[in-house]
Design a protein around this ligand. Structure first.
Ligand code: FAD
Length: 451
């Protein structure tokens, strides 16, 4: 199978991930453990979830490794080329024409490339995704600003999430601010600090410049540093749109979205690199089977980005964490709610807390957490209804029921059906294998405890 890759510049900023998530790349066999060590630029513990003026929870081995995308892409590039792949660096895709027997990529310099399957990994702002979603406004947006700066004397631990005690002003908007901070691999006092907020697009939100102004004012207090003593090495910003109907099913024959373009990343953490590694085994097997079985019509490709109730259910958490101007709730509500949930998860133990921190929502831990919050803090419930809205809660309840159903199907029906699936003719076998995967991943049962 000949592969081509059209690529743009590699990014300098490190990705944070856990070793467990990174090892998925080794398990699918595309990198060795030695190569994994080469791409790790920082490794730190412990990691904090902090809730200003409420309390904090410390965990180990969550987002505790910084990896260099530039090094990873360099190694993968060599591997790809030596396996017969071709890379067209710096080229840009202008359009795709899909025919019965092939797709043709038309590049902006006039060149064209024929292929059997187009894998769209053009991220959140993929033009193909924009076309499929007909330019529709996202259901939620996360805005992030930050820096990588030198001069942090205390730089051995990280913050996975630190939530401000109350809603703050940024420009003309009221926003609930969250922070993340990680030691960076470029030097012992180098630290990356992100400030982010979730925005409901129907109410509008601050501009990135306004958020950056707020960042300069609040970051020194948050990190207990003097701004003038820091050497700013990079300013970072990003916009993450989310759509409730994610992952995005294939809309055209011979074109499949992966990574951020497919919307498979958590709408809360946006840890898209982590989600790429988690789904790598499932997707590489599925894509291989689709190509070798010539199952490249849109319906067959849709089975590779199926409905996942755990991803749909996590959308409510983003809504609960966005400040909504016309809703009359306490300015400390979001921080209170987060602390209530994290405190309950910690009391319930690692089997509940750790999958959540690694973006995997599972039925039993969710039931236990919601149950404990309801029993210990029933007074918070009316504000949850006010904040999220009845319609969203009802919609969410449907995904919650489906999460339970997928858990049942994957736990009890999968072992019964699997031998029968293996005996099916190729097309049916391909379809049924994808159903079994959808139950497993949609219920978060792909997650294995332990490092
Ligand atoms: C500030 C910030 C911090 C982050 N930190 C983390 C983290 O710590 N951990 C984590 O897991 N995730 C993190 N993420 C998310 C992570 O970067 C993404 O989830 C990940 O990069 C997704 O990979 P992707 O290949 O799907 O898309 P992208 O990395 O967005 O790649 C898309 C590529 O397609 C190219 N492209 C777009 N249009 C065209 C075209 N027409 N022709 C050719 N090429 C095109 C783009 O130039 C780009 O190179 C962070 C993101 C940001 C913005």
């Amino acid at each position: 199978m000949k592969c081509v890759h059209i690529s743009a510049k590699q990014r300098e900023q490190e990705w944070n991930i856990s070793r467990k998530e990174l090892m998925e790349i080794v398990e699918v066999g595309i990198l060795s453990e030695e190569e994994i060590e080469q791409i790790i630029s920082s490794d730190f513990n412990p990691n904090r979830c902090g809730f200003e003026s409420k309390g904090e929870i410390w965990v180990e081995n969550i987002l505790n490794i910084g990896i260099s995308p530039a090094k990873l892409v360099e190694i993968m590039k060599e591997r790809f080329v030596s396996s017969g792949g071709a890379i067209f660096e710096g080229k840009s895709l202008a359009s795709i024409s899909v025919h019965d027997d092939l797709a043709v990529l038309n590049l902006s310099d006039g060149d064209s490339l024929p292929c059997r399957l187009v894998i769209d990994a053009m991220g959140n702002f993929s033009p193909i995704v924009r076309q499929i979603r007909s330019g529709r406004k996202p259901d939620g947006v996360c805005l992030v600003v930050g820096t990588c700066a030198r001069g942090f004397d205390r730089n051995t631990t990280s913050d996975i999430i630190f939530s401000s005690s109350s809603i703050k002003r940024a420009g003309n908007s009221g926003v609930q601010l969250f922070w993340e901070a990680f030691p960076a691999g470029s030097g012992p006092t180098d630290r990356t600090t992100y400030m982010f907020t979730y925005v409901d697009p129907q109410f509008g939100g601050p501009k990135l410049e306004e958020l950056l102004e707020t960042f300069w004012n609040l970051m020194p207090i948050y990190q207990d540093v003097v701004l003038e003593n820091l050497e700013i090495r990079r300013v970072i910003f990003g916009i993450f749109p989310t759509y409730r109907d994610s992952p995005l099913p294939a809309a055209f024959d011979r074109v499949l979205q992966v990574g951020d373009a497919s919307g498979i990343q958590s709408p809360v953490s946006f840890g898209g690199f982590g989600s790429l590694t988690r789904h790598l085994g499932r997707l590489s097997t599925g894509i291989y089977e689709a190509v070798s079985g010539d199952l490249l019509d849109a319906r067959s490709l849709q089975l590779l980005n199926p409905y996942m109730p755990n991803l749909s259910a996590s959308w409510l958490f983003q809504r609960a964490m966005s400040a909504r101007p016309q809703i009359d709730i306490s300015p400390t509500f979001i921080n209170d709610l987060l602390f209530a949930n994290f405190d309950s998860m910690q009391k319930l133990g690692d089997s509940v807390l750790r999958p959540f921190l690694q973006d995997v929502i599972q039925f039993e831990p969710l039931v236990k957490t919601l149950g404990l919050v309801m029993i210990t803090r029933p007074q918070i419930l009316p504000s949850i209804f006010k904040q999220a809205g009845l319609g969203v809660i009802l919609h969410w309840s449907g995904h919650f029921v489906m999460l339970g159903y997928y858990t049942f199907l994957s736990t009890f029906m999968d072992p019964v059906l699997r031998p029968w699936v293996e005996s099916l003719p190729p097309k049916n076998k391909y379809q049924w294998k994808r159903y079994l995967e959808a139950w497993k991943y949609g219920a978060g049962l792909d997650y294995r405890q332990g490092e």
